[in-house]
Design a protein around this ligand. Structure first.
Ligand code: PLP
Length: 374
C-alpha cells in the first residue's frame, strides 16, 4: 500500500499502539479518589504536560476534547457565550468545515466576516484591520491549510488582534509536528490540535486556552476543571501524550524525510504537462502537495489509483461526499473545472523514497490513460 493521504489521517505509530495496549488494563475512573483512579489521573496529567510543553503552554492551559472539530467549535462558541457584549466574528474563508459550518450556523445571530485569500491562499491582513473593532468577539485563522498547505501569517494577525484587544484562535491541527507551534511566539489565545493527524488514535484532541481568556464550556460537567464535561477518553488522551512525546524526539528526523520526499515528488510532477501546483510556493507545508491536472477528473484519478492500492485525496477528507468543488480551491480562484481536476498528495513519516518512485510511475501512466479516454 502507498498511503499519501496523511492530512486526512495518519496510521497509529506502533509505539503508540503499545502504549494503548498497556493502558487498556487500567479501568479506574480518573475522578475516583482511590489508588486505581489516581493512577489513571496521574497518567492523564502526564499527557497534559507533554502537550503543554510541546507548544510552550502551561499544563493548566490544556483541555482535552473529542477531536480537533470539538476544539474549534468550543473556541468560537465558548468565547461568544462568555462575551455577550460582542456581536461579530472574523474567520478566514478557507477554514476547515468545523469552523466554516459553525460560522454559517452562527450567521443567524452574529455578523461573520470571512477574510478573503490571495491566489496562494494567504489571508488578507488589511481586511482584518478594516473589519476588526471593539465588538469583535474573536478572530480565527488556521495555522496552515489542510487542502493546499499554505502557512498563514499568524504572528502578524495576532499583532492586529492584540492592538484591538480581540481574542485570537488558530487551528493548528495540520501544523503540529510539521512546523514549530509555540503559543507565545504565535501570540494566540486559543489553539486547537488533534491526535489522529500525528500518529495517535482518532477521537481525541485538545484546546489550548491561555490563562485568563474569557470562555465558557460548551459541554457541561465536572471534568477538566468543569470546562469540558464527560468522563475522559483515558486511552485516547494517554495515547495522544505518547504521540506528542514521539514528535518531540523525532521532529527533525521526520521533517527531513518529508522534505526530501516532497522535493522529489514536486520535481517529477512538474515535468508532466498541464499540472498546476496550488498553495504558496514557499510559505507552505512540505507534506502537502495540491495539484490540478488539466483534462483529468480528480475523483476518477483517485479511484483509479486506489485500484492499485495507492491512496490520495481529491481535496480535504472531510469534504468527501460534499456537493461541488472545495471552498478552499474556489477561494484561491480556481475554475470549477480545475478544482475538480485537483488531487492532494499528503506525505507522512512512514512514506519512503520507494513509495515516491512507485507512485510517480503509476501516476504518470494513469494520467496518460485517463487523458486518452477523455
Ligand atoms: N482542522 C483541520 C485543519 C483539519 O485538517 C481537521 C481534520 O481534517 C480538523 C480540524 C478536524 O479534526 P478532527 O478530525 O480531529 O475532528
Amino acid at each position: 500500500m502507498i498511503y499519501f493521504d496523511n492530512n486526512a489521517t495518519t496510521p497509529i505509530d506502533p509505539r503508540v499502539k503499545e502504549k494503548i495496549k498497556e493502558v487498556l488494563e487500567l479501568f479506574g475512573n480518573p475522578s475516583s479518589l482511590y489508588p486505581i483512579g489516581k493512577k489513571v489521573r496521574d497518567l492523564i496529567e502526564e499527557a497534559r504536560e507533554e502537550v503543554a510543553s510541546f507548544i510552550g503552554a502551561k499544563r493548566e492551559e490544556i483541555f482535552f476534547t473529542s477531536s480537533g472539530t470539538e476544539a474549534n467549535n468550543w473556541a468560537i462558541k465558548g468565547v461568544i457565550e462568555a462575551n455577550p457584549e460582542k456581536d461579530s466574528i472574523i474567520v478566514s474563508s478557507i477554514e476547515h468545515p468545523s469552523i466554516i459550518d459553525l460560522c454559517k450556523y452562527l450567521e443567524k445571530k452574529f455578523k461573520v466576516s470571512y477574510i478573503p485569500v490571495d491566489r496562494y491562499g494567504v489571508v488578507d491582513i488589511d481586511f482584518i484591520e478594516k473589519n476588526i473593532n471593539e465588538k469583535t468577539a474573536i478572530v480565527s485563522v488556521m495555522h496552515a491549510n489542510n487542502e493546499i498547505g499554505t502557512i498563514q501569517p499568524v504572528i502578524e494577525i495576532s499583532e492586529v488582534c492584540k492592538n484591538k484587544r480581540v481574542l485570537f484562535h488558530s487551528d493548528a491541527v495540520q501544523t503540529l509536528g510539521k512546523i514549530k507551534v509555540n503559543v507565545d511566539e504565535l501570540g494566540v489565545d486559543l489553539l486547537s490540535g488533534s491526535s489522529h493527524k500525528i500518529y495517535g488514535p482518532k477521537g481525541v484532541g485538545f484546546l489550548y486556552i491561555r490563562k485568563g481568556t474569557p470562555i465558557y464550556p460548551i459541554i457541561h460537567g465536572e471534568q477538566e476543571k468543569k470546562m469540558r464535561g464527560g468522563t475522559e477518553n483515558v486511552i485516547g488522551i494517554i495515547a495522544l501524550g505518547k504521540a506528542i512525546s514521539l514528535l518531540k524526539e523525532e521532529k527533525e528526523k521526520n521533517q527531513k524525510v518529508i522534505k526530501e520526499l516532497s522535493k522529489k515528488l514536486r520535481e517529477e510532477l512538474k515535468k508532466i504537462d498541464g499540472i498546476h501546483f496550488n498553495g504558496h510556493p514557499e510559505k507552505r507545508l512540505d507534506s502537502t502537495i495540491s495539484i490540478s491536472i488539466e483534462g483529468i477528473d480528480g475523483e476518477a484519478l483517485l479511484m483509479a489509483l486506489a485500484t492499485k492500492d495507492i491512496y490520495v485525496s481529491t481535496g480535504s477528507a472531510c469534504s468527501e461526499g460534499k456537493e461541488g468543488p472545495s471552498h478552499v480551491l474556489k477561494a484561491i480562484g480556481l475554475s470549477d473545472e480545475l478544482a475538480e481536476s485537483t488531487i492532494r498528495i499528503s506525505i507522512g513519516k512512514f512514506n519512503t523514497p520507494d513509495c515516491v518512485n512507485e507512485f510517480l510511475k503509476t501516476f504518470e501512466k494513469m494520467v496518460k490513460e485517463l487523458r486518452a479516454i477523455g
